[in-house]
Design a protein around this ligand. Structure first.
Ligand code: ATP
Length: 390
């Protein structure tokens, strides 16, 4: 959980801070008539800086796992203006490195790790999309006005057809991808946030690494890791949000309705996955493009880091309660992470393992045969010597 500081305008309106941190991951919410208490894995108080969040939220472990072939996702959720973009990207201009969010810091850490790990090489391909009004747009190919289709295949699950992906060899390449995407992303302003994200964005790095099989140095295997950063559009009440002049336009109402609908589906999926009785039943991934694309991260074979962002002021109490309730449910979700490998290489590896097991079994049986022969020989010799004495 990350709690942002009171904003300038909240301070001006002398909004009350309703959040307290008693320690050990606990958070208390002062609702006037009662106090609600929640406990989470990690709690970032308003004073926490961007590097505190990166170092302690589990992101470094996630990057390490992505390099080892797992599909990993980091995403922020919470109401509009609660600090999701600040946490995932940092201020959109990206000019102040100390304010950089998880994405630029992860790029740096990724290259640092790649230099340290012994491999035959890495290949990184980046893609960046947004879901705006239930339509998928390619942020790296904005001239392509046609919306992209979300398809399903047995091998890859849900994926976006014809999504542009760029091969990146350096930190500069990755930063250029981020800058390009941010430039093309749909933003607007509402009464809570001057630079509000009006779309859900997904930046994905496909990381292929060729590593030697620990059991056979001559055999190289390719692992297909994935690292996805998701910055969700913020839930908001259509009636109260509005644009700068506080008067919601039709465009704004459509945007808000689409954002709220897809977040509702995400909430339904999280609720079902977090409930042991419903987990194995129908999960409504297909009800929105966002949940289709997050299906594997939420309930499949991926590893997911969720950061719930909340505002500390009393005026946001209801939304903060909602976010914390979702986060509580999300904590109960269990995925079954597996390393993604080329199916052919996977088969070769499993056959090699089988050969190894059969060889050791063969070795054991040969030894047993030799032992039996020695025993027989000894018995025969005994008979002969006994016969001699008789
Ligand atoms: N931890 C923080 N420290 C300092 N400023 C913050 C922090 N979190 C958010 N802010 C500031 O609060 C404002 C709103 O944050 P941000 O744009 O990240 O919200 P959001 O949740 O992404 O909103 P939306 O859903 O509308 O896009 C920004 O000006 C941002 O710089």
């Amino acid at each position: 959980i990350r709690v942002r500081p009171l904003s300038g305008s909240e301070k001006k309106k002398t909004e009350k801070n309703i959040i307290q941190f008693p320690g050990d991951g606990a958070i208390w919410l002062d609702l006037g008539i009662s106090t609600k208490s929640f406990t989470f894995n990690v709690m970032f108080e308003p004073e926490a800086c961007q590097s505190d969040v990166f170092d302690n939220c589990g992101m470094t472990r996630l990057i390490d796992m992505a390099l080892n072939g797992y599909a990993c996702t980091a995403f922020a959720f919470g109401q509009t203006g609660s600090g999701k973009t600040h946490t995932i990207t940092g201020p959109p201009e990206l000019v102040q490195p100390d304010l950089h969010g998880l994405i630029p810091r992860s790029f740096q850490y990724l290259f640092h790790l790649m230099k340290k790990k012994p491999t035959n090489g890495y290949r990184i391909r980046a893609s960046y999309l947004e879901i705006y009004n239930e339509q998928v747009q390619d942020l790296l190919n904005p001239s392509q006005k046609k919306q992209l289709a979300v398809r399903w295949s047995k091998d890859s699950g849900f994926y976006v057809e014809n999504l542009f992906s760029i091969e990146c060899e350096s930190m500069e390449d990755l930063m250029a991808v981020l800058e390009e995407g941010l430039k093309n992303r749909a933003v607007g302003s509402n009464s809570f946030n001057e630079h509000s994200s009006r779309s859900h964005s997904m930046l994905t790095l496909n990381i292929d690494s060729e590593v030697a099989d620990p059991e056979d140095e001559n055999l190289y295997i390719t692992k297909h890791g994935k690292l996805t950063f998701v910055d969700l559009a913020g839930a908001e009440k259509t009636k109260t949000s509005g644009s700068e002049n506080n008067f919601p336009t039709q465009e704004h109402i459509t945007e808000s309705n689409n954002i709220n609908r897809s977040l509702l589906v995400l909430g339904n999926c999280i609720s079902a996955l977090g409930d042991s009785k419903k987990r194995n039943g129908h999960i409504p991934y297909r009800d929105s493009k966002l949940t289709k694309l997050l299906a594997d991260s939420l309930g499949g074979q991926g590893v997911t880091l969720m950061i719930a962002c909340v505002a500390p002021s009393g005026v946001n109490a209801v939304e903060t309660m909602n976010t914390l309730r979702y986060a509580k449910r999300a904590r109960r979700i269990k995925t079954k992470p597996v390393i993604k490998m080329d199916p052919r290489e996977k088969l070769i590896m499993s056959l090699k393992r089988e050969v190894k097991i059969l060889r050791s079994e063969n070795h054991y049986l040969r030894q047993q045969v030799i032992l039996k022969q020695i025993q027989l020989q000894n018995n025969e010799n005994m008979h002969l010597s006994n016969a001699y004495y008789i």
